[in-house]
Design a protein around this ligand. Structure first.
Ligand code: NAD
Length: 484
């Protein structure tokens, strides 16, 4: 095996425990590269103890001092960008440019955390003569972040810099399918000067997550993953009286109007459905083609056919994922969909054990088909035909998910109409992946997010802090009335 067995990171160092292990794969080759432990309640308990011990000193450190660590962390991410990129590609399968983008995005997330002293500085106002009200933000306490496989470094960095800069201490539970990157995050933060116990990494699966949701000393949990598990975690954490923000799966619709720019639209739609092998919660999944759009679809097919698996598109995460994606395509075809580009029988020479699915485009999909309704999470685009923009919006609105939606058009009026009426938390115009950049916040609607607030940017400040409202009167001449 290329890597030693993965270990938990507690109290500022790696710790070994006698635990059941599961294999970690390189999806490009199918080879086992490491083993990861499945932590139990006792490991979660030890991590929470370390986080509790670190909390008083860390939360009392002025925020301007805390963010100095994140300035250094950002430069360390940049220093190690090549090795981090290679590690992401190894455990997740992403092609080099996609893995590199994760580090660049993590640096941007960290940059935002460095601006928190300016942004989260509280409020003060003289509310009546001699009487002042002020709001100060306090950390929530010991918190946890539970993350998915598809962004091994970026999604942990949605939570870590903001939550820690705001004074919390944390337990990170990364996906057991991509556990190696999390250890590097902990090492880099320690090198940047993070005191022991401020960040723990506890590996595992369901049992570990349940122990986090049940632990009485954890005050808040952020979760990113599938809607099925988001619901489990949200219910369990909140029924244990914790605050929880749980981001779930997605079924993103791109509405393509006949006046859309042919080249830009074709390139953006194909990049959105195939980037990260379609394993992005912001990926295009359904294209609603309004009226006469064959000229755009033809160009999309050309783009998709030109993509070389292994070079332009990486593998999916596991044989089970490949099997699930292939099954959705088979069923849609049997149901009458036309397969314009078929990625089912994809292999890469020299990597025959890799879990590859090529870009796949299906036309004449009907809204009631499973492929039109369920999250496929692979490089598959289902095209549904609609006669006008209102029919397209009805199709988009019918999805219980609500992460992203985009419209491709040259008409400002149509663009505005779709932005107002799409039932998604993140909408775009002529953008295939409408991810808001910092300081804007990331978060969907409907079954793509449970809880209040967003996970990044300004929207995360409320989630990672609690406000203390202070009223003071020092002026002897201040009057006494029913309000003060
Ligand atoms: P997943 O839900 O299977 O796993 C996410 C986390 O939950 C992992 O850490 C895993 O160990 C844990 N887990 C799995 N089963 C569990 C159970 N029964 N009980 C408790 N914990 C459990 O998700 P995944 O397959 O790793 O990631 C892909 C999913 O994540 C997709 O649905 C994707 O849309 C979603 N996602 C959403 C966003 C977003 O911003 N909304 C971002 C990235 C990924």
């Amino acid at each position: 095996m290329k890597y030693a067995q993965v270990r938990n990171y507690v109290g500022g160092g790696f710790v070994t425990a006698d635990l059941p292990l599961i294999d970690v794969y390189d999806p490009r080759s199918g080879h086992v590269i490491s083993r990861v432990p499945l932590s139990r309640g006792s490991e979660v308990d030890a991590a929470v103890r370390a986080a509790r011990e670190a909390l008083p000193a860390w939360s009392a450190t002025p925020i301007k001092e805390r963010v100095q660590i994140f300035f250094r962390y950002k430069t360390l991410l940049e220093r190690d960008i090549d090795s981090l990129t290679a590690l992401i590609s190894e455990e997740n399968g992403k092609i080099e440019s996609e893995a590199r983008a994760e580090i660049l995005k993590s640096a941007e997330l960290t940059e935002f955390a460095c601006s928190l002293p300016q942004i989260a500085s509280g409020e003060i106002l003289e509310v009546s003569r001699g009487v002042e009200c002020r709001v100060e933000r306090y950390p929530v306490g010991v918190v946890a972040a539970i993350t998915p496989f598809n962004f091994p470094i970026m999604v942990p960095n949605w939570s870590i810099p903001n939550a820690l800069a705001l004074g919390n201490t944390m337990i990170l539970k990364p996906s057991e399918m991509v556990p190696l990157s999390a250890g590097r995050i902990a090492e880099l933060l320690t090198e940047a000067g993070l005191p022991p116990g401020v960040l723990q990494v506890v590996h595992g699966g369901q049992e570990t997550v349940e122990a986090l949701c049940d632990h009485p000393d954890i005050a808040g949990i952020s979760f990113v993953g599938s809607t099925r598990v988001a619901k489990i975690v949200y219910r369990r954490a909140t029924s244990n009286l914790k605050r929880c923000l749980a981001l779930g799966g997605a079924k993103n619709h791109l509405i393509v109007m006949p006046d859309a720019n042919r080249e830009m639209t074709a390139a953006n739609v194909v990049a959105s459905m195939s980037g990260c092998a379609g394993q992005r919660c912001m990926a295009a999944s359904v294209m609603v083609a309004v009226s006469e759009t064959d000229h755009i679809i033809t160009r999309m097919v050309e783009h998709a056919r030109k993509m070389v698996p292994g070079r332009d598109i990486g593998p999916v995460i596991s044989p089970a994922a490949k099997e699930r994606i292939t099954r959705y395509i088979d069923e849609a075809e049997a149901d009458g969909a036309t397969v314009l580009v078929d990625g089912r029988k994809t292999t890469v020479a020299g990597h025959e054990g890799g879990f590859y699915v090529g870009p796949t485009i299906l036309d004449h999909v009907r809204p009631e088909m499973a492929i039109a309704q369920e999250e496929v999470f692979g490089p598959v685009l289902a095209i549904i035909r609609a006669k006008d923009v209102d029919e397209a919006l009805r199709i988009e609105n019918a999805s219980p998910y609500g992460n992203a939606a985009s419209v491709f058009t040259e008409s400002g009026g149509v663009a505005r109409y779709v932005m107002e009426h799409a039932s998604a938390g993140m909408v775009g115009v002529n953008v295939g992946v409408p991810v808001p950049r910092e300081p804007f916040s990331f978060g969907g609607w409907g079954e793509s997010k449970f809880g209040v607030g967003d996970i990044t940017g300004r929207g995360s400040i409320e989630f990672w802090t609690q406000a203390k409202k202070m009223t003071t009167k020092w002026n002897q001449e201040a009057g006494v009335n029913w309000m003060s």
